[in-house]
Ligand binder design. Sequence first.
Ligand code: AG3
Length: 281
Amino acid sequence: MSEGRFVERDPYAPIQYGYQVDQVLCSGRSDFQEYQVITNPFFGRIMILDGVVQLTERDEFFYHEMLAHVPLHSRPQPENVIVIGGGDGGAVREVVRHDCVKNVWLVDIDPEVTRLSKEYFPGVSCGLSDPRVRVLHEDGAAFLRNFDGRADLVVVDSTDIVGMAKVLFSQQFFGDVNRVLTDDGLFVTLSESLHFHFPIVRDVQNTMRDVFGHADLYTAPIATYGGNWWCFAVGHKGRGCRAKVRPTVAGTRYYCDEIHSGCFLPDFLYSRLMDPSRDRF
Ligand code: AG3
């Protein structure tokens, strides 16, 4: 970071985003990754891990709301939720808006992310103090392998699909998720951008189909993630999450009935995505 400017090192994007830096609030290295918290006049505070923007005060809620509320509103009474990654607490903040949820396990390998979020992003980390939430700093893949309960929803909120996050997109990890899910359970994970990462999005769909039997895809506009047309991949055992079965919980700023029904990829685009001879729409 030099001369008041941060240029993102996005692993897969064909363009690079640059941000004006007003202040560097902190910068260092945890046991797992480099981190920075900076301020920008437009986005507010920004958390950066290994040179990639993870969240900004301005647009984080689009991502976190969509990650949690699309799957949760598709079930009458989800009770047990596991979030892998997401140590900042943004996804958990949305999960705990659901009164029916009884237990949330947040499993992020890096305690530093949680510490940074508590210190610099109180509006993101606030859900972590909810009594239903257990925060564990350990390997998420190992946690799932050893988990002996069942979950109605497993969410992966990781960094991009490189380095230590890669295992969270493997057939083997998906298999462990599948074992933990109830028969009507759902698995949701980030799946990069349709503009920039077409084959990656397809690969995740194919792996999900193999493991869970069914896969689906919904999207949301995220200002700060490369490609912007951001994907959420859903693995399920027969009943997906297209139908919303409960009124919207209080407190959302983006998610609502219209967004739920409009966020899934239309069939004509989905079939192009899944056509193995294509690498773009
Ligand atoms: N998890 C998704 C980060 C993806 C960032 N990618 C990028 N900027 N190219 C973020 C964690 C927030 N809870």
